[in-house]
Design a protein around this ligand. Sequence first.
Ligand code: MLT
Length: 410
Amino acid sequence: MALINDNFSKLAAGYLFPEIGRRVSAFTADNPSADVIRLGIGDVTEPLPPACIAALHKAVDEMAVRETFRGYGPEQGYEFLRDAIVEHAYRSRGVDVSADEVFVSDGSKCDSGNILDIFGADNKVAVMDPVYPVYVDTNVMAGRTGGADSSGRYSGLVYVPVTAENDFVPQPSEEPVDLIYLCYPNNPTGTVATRETLQTWIDYARSNDAIIFYDAAYEAYITDPNIPHSIYEIEGARDVAIEFRSFSKNAGFTGIRCAFTVIPRELTGKTASGEDQPIHPLWNRRHCTKFNGVSYPIQRAAEAVFSTEGQQQVSELIAFYLTNAKLIREGLQAAGITVYGGVNAPYVWLQTPGGTGSWDFFDQLLAKGHLVGTPGGGFGAAGEGYFRLSAFNSRENIEQAVERFQKVVA
Ligand code: MLT
């Protein structure tokens, strides 16, 4: 008898973005001529930077020749990429990370889910609310929760509200926790964490033997020089934090997949008998067993992100999307909507007009404006009454979208 993993039956709803896709498909099936603009899922629209394209072509040509052909690479990533990451993402900001602490992978979404393999089932987990749904759903799948209540909250998880009421600054809860997910710049709210906020969480983790999973997939969007790009810019973080970084949102690699995770050598967890166990060898063991590395051409493309031309091209992409975010922010504000985020992040988080339910607002925008966003409630109970618009689209579509939004809420 083949028993299934019953934890899957606890999952309250389909994964958010497929659910949105399902509703949009139903709408377009009924309205085939509707020109729908999608500002839902945070997927890039602009082509890859030319420096990455050139590196890809060159690497593919190498694969065509016996002398330069490569089969399996090192599971953790090629040295050329790990060195480039350390130099440009960390040392240039005065942060101490060594190349052997960097694990190259095919995505931060995958890594933030897979990391749970190496942590015990009895850990108490804290997530922010609203939250990137992957953190919650992967814990449900791993059996670290009970069922969901009517608001979609799972028993066993600790939800830390992050809303306008607390200025989007989460505080550690009274209830002790062992694993903490933080995502900055934040998905979905587009807000950022100051050094002080991060220091509070690091101090908490240090005094409670907790570990922080820090998702910095959107760090390239930080425009404020006082906001840290990496959690390791904050004192004490190396002892308590794992950082996830991605090439998806800076260089537009969502379709070709490359990311990395940093596990400092000092970071330890506890064995069942209470001894300190370094996390690095556990993740290395997991990574080498279940993953065969990112393909050589993609790693060469990722390396090119750090070249002089690559950096210039990436900063143009970021500036483009941030201008989109600004247009959304200003267009919505002009329509009397309260907005957050969108300054150091590609997401604008808005309060639904008149407190409309977020899925109702989704349906309204789709039906009347042929516009797709993401309902705040899809990110957690505390996201109810909010809505997310992504700045990832062409300028023309963003301008159109703002006009349509204004008409719908007029
Ligand atoms: C989102 O739209 O929240 C994210 O882009 C999805 C992802 O990166 O996995």
